[in-house]
Design a protein around this ligand. Structure first.
Ligand code: AMP
Length: 419
């Protein structure tokens, strides 16, 4: 289910799985159409999805984005007996409600920023005294999404509180450190590490300008060492999985933990209940073995029998967006030479926002392509990704040239330390 770059990557790997003999995407996109039959239904309509699964006797339904999860599509499918990769609407609250997740952390001793939750502006203003500066103000509930303010001054904090009216808010301590993401597969009871990744949210080079859905990503994220990864699993992911199971709303699917690596160790910033986009495009190419079987094991509670196998290779994804993004993107721009880009060793070009017209492939969204390269080292994968992008002819597009700058800096520091 889905139609973005994340779903293109999922479909690509599913198609390569020995256990997958037929693949249907809804609604899909021209990239996904290379690997799957695309059926034009609304992935957020539970009845339409159940009907399609029924008609095609689906052996597994994989849900890419969060919207169908929140709309209860996985619940509707499970009710009639289809194995589903993706959590219930109840467990999807981990992403849908920041307050829910903060309270779950507090109740289970999970490391996260100290916080206050309120829906009274006056209480929120009073609570500011308990936090230093900067302070983080997050709008909670349905209208949230972009509602995170990192206030450097009390005036900014008060303005953010006023803007929320008497809406639900979380006020929390500002955490210092480097951010990294940890992806775990969870089958209700068992949680296993899948991979780490880092992404670039800002539109501009040097991580400047407005936030986007993500302009690039890489996996693994070496900053999340195996030791930190184990610690984050033990202190954050595993207690979360136990708490949800104990509450009668077990989590099944991929749990994406946004972490701040602080001096005191990893702390949870937020959870997402699906793969990140573009992180998915950088993780999936590293997964070895039968991907469909792995997701099926998650969906049917057999994760203790099947372990994910990750290659040692690095993957780098660079997003190509349409001019204007993340504002109003230019639509309809012609894109040529995608095939030439895919001639570069180790490269796959995933489609995020494209359509096929008589003239060829055109842009239809803000983020248009996710160019992914794998290689033995981070630097080689990155070089391949840019070599591929340089083949693409898309006058209306742009991309960042500095994806992975932290890794380049780290490698340079190591080299100079080594003499
Ligand atoms: P969220 O929507 O909660 O993931 O917040 C969006 C972004 O704001 C995160 O990716 C962080 O970069 C930043 N952020 C959120 N909470 C904190 C915090 N407590 N301390 C520092 N940065 C934060």
């Amino acid at each position: 289910m889905g139609s973005g770059g994340r779903e293109d990557a999922l479909a690509w790997r599913l198609r390569q799985s020995p256990s997958c003999d037929d693949l249907i995407a809804a609604p899909g996109n021209p990239g996904i159409a290379r690997w799957a039959e695309c059926v034009a239904i609304d992935p957020c309509d539970p009845e339409a999805v159940v009907r399609l699964a029924d008609e095609r006797s689906a052996g597994l339904v994989v849900i890419g984005p969060e919207a169908p999860l929140v709309a209860g599509v996985s619940d509707a499918l499970r009710e009639v007996g289809f194995p589903v990769f993706g959590p219930s609407a109840a467990a999807a609250q981990l992403e849908g409600s920041k307050g829910f997740t903060k309270d779950l952390c507090a109740a289970n001793g999970i490391p996260t920023a100290r916080y206050v939750r309120t829906d009274k502006a006056a209480e929120a203003r009073a609570a500011l005294q308990d936090f230093g500066l900067p302070v983080v103000i997050k709008a909670d509930g349905l209208a949230a999404g972009k509602g995170v303010t990192i206030a450097l001054t009390t005036e900014e904090a008060e303005a953010a509180i006023s803007a929320a009216g008497d809406g639900p808010l979380v006020i929390e301590e500002f955490l210092e450190g480097e951010e990294a993401s940890l992806f775990a597969l969870v089958d209700g009871a068992t949680a296993v590490t899948l991979a780490s990744a880092q992404d670039h949210k800002r539109v501009g080079e040097g991580d400047t300008g407005p936030n986007t859905g993500g302009m690039g990503a890489y996996s693994p994220a070496p900053v999340l060492t195996p030791e930190l990864e184990r610690r984050a699993m033990r202190e954050i992911v595993e207690p979360t999985v136990r708490a949800l199971a104990a509450a009668g709303t077990p989590f099944s699917g991929v749990l994406y933990a946004g972490l701040m690596l602080t001096r005191e160790g990893p702390k949870l910033i937020e959870y997402n209940v699906r793969f990140g986009d573009p992180e998915c495009e950088a993780i999936v190419p590293r997964i070895e073995g039968d991907f469909a079987e792995l997701l099926h094991a998650v969906a049917t509670g057999r994760l203790s029998e099947v372990r994910p196998e990750l290659s040692d290779q690095s993957a780098v994804t660079v997003v190509v967006a349409a001019h204007g993004y993340p504002g109003t993107p230019a639509s309809g721009g012609l894109i040529r030479e995608i095939e030439a880009a895919e001639q570069v060793d180790g490269v796959t070009v995933f489609h995020a926002g494209t359509a096929r017209t008589a003239a060829g492939i055109v842009a239809t969204g803000g983020r248009v392509l996710a160019v992914t390269a794998v290689s033995d080292t981070f630097a080689n994968a990155r070089a391949r990704a840019y070599r591929a992008i340089d083949q693409i002819d898309f006058a209306d597009g742009f991309h960042r040239r500095d994806i992975g700058w932290r890794e380049l800096k780290r490698a340079a520091a190591l080299e100079s330390a080594g003499g």
